[in-house]
Design a protein around this ligand. Structure first.
Ligand SMILES: NC(=O)c1ccc[n+]([C@@H]2O[C@H](COP(=O)([O-])OP(=O)(O)OC[C@H]3O[C@@H](n4cnc5c(N)ncnc54)[C@H](O)[C@@H]3O)[C@@H](O)[C@H]2O)c1
Length: 354
C-alpha cells in the first residue's frame, strides 16, 4: 500500500517500534476536526503488517464518524499493537506504547479495544497522560463495554420501533455472534427486556461464562448461528460479519451489533436492503463505549455518560427515518450526519482564540 495512496484522507499515521520490549504498533489519526482523536488500542496477531495497517486505517476512520454522530468533541483515532495479547503483552511493551502515545502530546487519546483491558490502560497511563478506560481506582471510567452494550441495546430498540412499531424486544429472538466483553453485557439487557437469546462464540469459555451468568441462554456453533431462526442478528465479534456469503443466509429482519466495520464492502448494505433486512449502522449504535471513555477526559460521571448513551436511541431512530425518506441506506444517512457535523463544527476553529 502506498503511504499516501489511501483515499480516506487520514491526517497522520505513526509507526512505533521498540525492539527491547518487542513493541510494534501503528497509531492512525483520521481526523481531528472535532477535537483530539479518541479510539481504542487493538492488540491482535495480524498475519502481516499490511493487514495491521489496513485495519487501523479503517478503524480510525470509523472512529471519526462514530465520535461525530455521538456528538463528542473528539476526532477519530485508533491504534493497533501487532502481536498475541496472551503471550506478547508485557509491562515494558505497554509502557513503551504509552510513551509513543505521550509523544503525540494530546492529539490522540487511547482506550481499550479487542485484546486490551482496563488493567492495561492503567499500565499505559504510567507513561502517558492521554489514556481513558482506566480503572475507577486510577480515576477512570472502567470497562467501556458496559455502556457499549447499553448503547447497542438502545440502537436495537430504535431499529425494532422502526420495523415493528414498538421498541420493546419482548418475545423477539436475538442471535449474538461473540459474547466477549460487550456481548456478555448485551445478553443481560436483552433478557431484562423479555427477549430470548442464542449465542455463538469461538471461545467455549466465553459461552460458558454467559450461560453461568444468565439462565435460559441457548448456544450453537459459530458456523450454525446464521441458520438459526431469529428476529435480530447482532455481530459482536470482529469485523466483516456481513459478506456476500453470509447475507443471503440471514434470517433476521434487523442487524444491530457492537462489532466495528461489520460490512465487508460498500455493496453489502444494498444487498441487505434488497433482502428487506434493516441495518443499524455499527458506528452509530456502538458509540456507548467511546461516550463513556470520552467523559473520563472531563472527570467521569457515570450518570452523565449513561444519559448521553441513552440518546443512541434517538440518533438511530433519526438516521433510520432519514434513510427511509431519502431513499438512501442507513449507513449513508449516518455518514452524512457525521460529515455535516465535522464540516460545520470543524469550521469554528477558524475563529481564533488565545
Ligand atoms: N469494548 C468496547 O467498548 C467496544 C466499543 C465499540 C465497539 N466494540 C467492538 O465490539 C466488538 C466486541 O468487542 P469486545 O470488547 O466485546 O471484544 P472481546 O474481545 O471481549 O470479545 C469478542 C468475542 O468474540 C469472540 N469471537 C472472535 N471471533 C469470533 C467469531 N468468528 N465468531 C464468534 N465469536 C468470535 C471472541 O472469542 C470473544 O469472546 C469488537 O469488534 C470491538 O471492536 C467494542
Amino acid at each position: 500500500m502506498g503511504v499516501f495512496s489511501d483515499s480516506s484522507g487520514h491526517e497522520q499515521v505513526v509507526f512505533c517500534e521498540h525492539r527491547p520490549s518487542g513493541l510494534r504498533a501503528i497509531i492512525a489519526l483520521h481526523s481531528t476536526a472535532l477535537g483530539p482523536g479518541l479510539g481504542g488500542t487493538r492488540f491482535y496477531p495480524y498475519p502481516t503488517e499490511e493487514d495491521a495497517l489496513a485495519d487501523v486505517l479503517r478503524l480510525s476512520r470509523a472512529m471519526s464518524y462514530k465520535n461525530a454522530c455521538a456528538g463528542l468533541d473528539h476526532g477519530g483515532g485508533k491504534a493497533v499493537i501487532i502481536g498475541d495479547p496472551l503471550t506478547d503483552k508485557t509491562e515494558a511493551l505497554l509502557r513503551a506504547y504509552g510513551r509513543f502515545v505521550q509523544s503525540l502530546n494530546g492529539r490522540y487519546y487511547t482506550a481499550a479495544d479487542v485484546g486490551t483491558y482496563v488493567a492495561d490502560m492503567d499500565v499505559i497511563s504510567r507513561e502517558c497522560d492521554f489514556v481513558t478506560g482506566r480503572s475507577p481506582a486510577e480515576g477512570g471510567a472502567g470497562d467501556s463495554a458496559v455502556l457499549t452494550a447499553y448503547g447497542v441495546f438502545q440502537g436495537m430498540r430504535a431499529a425494532a420501533e422502526h420495523v415493528w412499531g414498538s421498541p420493546s424486544l419482548a418475545g423477539r429472538r436475538v442471535g449474538i455472534a461473540g459474547v466477549g466483553k460487550v456481548g456478555h453485557h448485551l445478553v443481560g439487557h436483552l433478557l431484562d427486556d423479555g427477549a430470548t437469546v442464542v449465542v455463538a462464540d469461538v471461545s467455549d469459555v466465553a459461552v460458558q461464562r454467559v450461560q453461568s451468568s444468565y439462565d435460559g441462554v441457548d448456544s450453537v456453533e459459530v458456523a450454525q448461528l446464521l441458520d438459526e431462526p431469529m428476529d435480530i442478528y447482532s455481530p459482536c465479534a470482529l469485523h466483516d460479519a456481513l459478506t456476500d456469503e453470509t447475507v443471503p443466509r440471514l434470517r433476521a429482519a434487523i442487524v444491530c451489533g457492537a462489532a466495528n466495520n461489520q460490512l465487508a464492502h460498500d455493496g453489502i448494505e444494498k444487498l441487505l436492503g434488497d433482502r428487506g433486512v434493516l441495518y443499524a449502522p455499527d458506528f452509530v449504535v456502538n458509540a456507548g463505549g467511546v461516550i463513556q471513555v470520552g467523559d473520563e477526559v472531563r472527570g467521569y460521571s457515570e450518570e452523565r455518560a449513561r444519559a448521553k448513551t441513552a440518546l443512541i436511541f434517538d440518533t438511530t431512530k433519526a438516521v433510520l427515518a432519514t434513510a427511509a425518506s431519502a431513499g438512501i441506506t442507513p449507513g449513508t444517512a449516518a455518514e452524512q450526519v457525521a460529515e455535516h457535523r465535522m464540516a460545520d463544527v470543524g469550521q469554528l476553529r477558524s475563529l481564533h482564540l488565545r
